[in-house]
Design a protein around this ligand. Structure first.
Ligand SMILES: Nc1ncnc2c1ncn2[C@@H]1O[C@H](COP(=O)(O)OP(=O)(O)O)[C@@H](O)[C@H]1O
Ligand SMILES: [Mg+2]
Length: 316
């Protein structure tokens, strides 16, 4: 197993009190596997992504649990060991490439620099590799000398992905990588991720609020709500037979492209303020299947036909 996350808890210690942003999350990820993490804004997806790299910013802290990469627990490593891992084994891709790219530096040089930061090779060799990588992510080699502003948003994201791949990582964590891009470019980037996992065996964690997007590439999908992992299943099972009432709502909210003039559905209500989550199940105020116990007690984590679900519907 490449990655084993067990009973992970992350808290932010804010002036208004403690925000429990990730609570009791566990999952495994194999080599070349793609996992989606989906949920509305504020559900703890980004915090979970950062926690996997042991990179939760202050005032946040991993308070419990473990994150094992090839059996080694990142939560117990020194800053020096972590730097090695982050530079080589895990790479991250974020939503807005413009904030991570130097506007005064040619895109090719960004990749050359990324390569030379972690490999002892000559500039010539690094440049050769950078050109290959550009080609790999679908950017023509003659764009090597372009500056970031000369590229479209989708192309800039490809540059970021090339920089991530240049590290030869075992895992890429992509946090809303295509949220700012149009649907066609989103699909192209998803195709690129599929290819990277096939060709290089890279595992990918794709964080997005967009379940439809995740269903395109992910092997399995983790559904988060208000810092809890609500459901974790194969993508095909999620699409065919979602178990959790929240997953059902997310699926219903996906617009059906075959039906014209369909309004974009959103789930009624909004996620709770994590400073004061509701008692019982955190989804209960919005749940269509609510029972009395849901307002009283936290639902148990259950395995139902090999699938993980945290909901009172599936018994005690
Ligand atoms: N740096 C921070 N300081 C305090 N609270 C934070 C910080 N980052 C995130 N949070 C809180 O943690 C919760 C989860 O946030 P986040 O992980 O960003 O969710 P998502 O990525 O799903 O939108 C939210 O309630 C958010 O307000
Ligand atoms: Mg986020």
């Amino acid at each position: 197993m490449l990655l084993e996350v067990e009973d992970l808890h992350v808290h932010y210690y804010t002036k208004r009190g403690v925000v429990k942003a990730v609570e009791g999350v566990s999952f495994n990820l194999d080599r070349s596997e793609v996992m989606g993490i989906v949920g509305e804004s504020g559900s703890g997806k980004s915090t979970l992504g950062l926690a996997i790299m042991n990179l939760v910013p202050s005032p946040g802290k991993i308070v419990k649990g473990s994150v094992k990469l090839d059996g080694k627990d990142l939560t117990k490593m020194s800053e020096k060991e972590l730097k090695e891992i982050r530079g080589k084994e895990i790479a991250m891709v974020f939503q807005d490439p413009m904030t991570s790219l130097d506007p005064l530096m040619r895109i090719g040089d960004h990749i050359v620099e990324a390569i030379m930061a972690h490999e002892k090779i000559s500039k010539e060799e690094a440049k050769k590799r950078a050109l290959e990588l550009l080609d790999e992510v679908g950017i023509s080699k003659d764009r090597f000398n372009d500056y970031p502003h000369q590229l479209s948003g989708g192309m800039r994201q490809r540059v970021m992905i090339a920089m991530a791949v240049s590290l030869n990582p075992k895992l890429i964590i992509a946090d809303e990588p295509t949220t700012a891009l149009d649907v066609i470019v989103q699909d192209q980037i998803m195709d690129l991720f599929s290819r990277l996992r096939k060709e290089f065996g890279i595992a990918i964690i794709l964080i997005s609020h967009d379940l439809a997007l995740e269903l395109e590439v992910a092997d399995k999908i983790a559904v988060m709500y208000a810092s809890w992992l609500m459901e974790l299943s194969n993508a095909s099972d999620i699409a065919r037979e979602p178990l959790h009432p929240y997953t059902k709502e997310l699926l219903k909210a996906i617009p059906n492209v075959e039906l014209e003039d369909q309004e974009l559905l959103s789930i009624p209500g909004s996620p709770p303020d994590l400073h004061e989550p509701p008692p019982g199940c955190r989804f209960n105020p919005r749940c269509l299947n609510k029972m009395p116990i849901c307002e009283e007690k936290e639902p148990p984590a259950k395995i139902v036909s090999g699938r993980f679900v945290k909901c009172w519907l599936y018994g005690r």
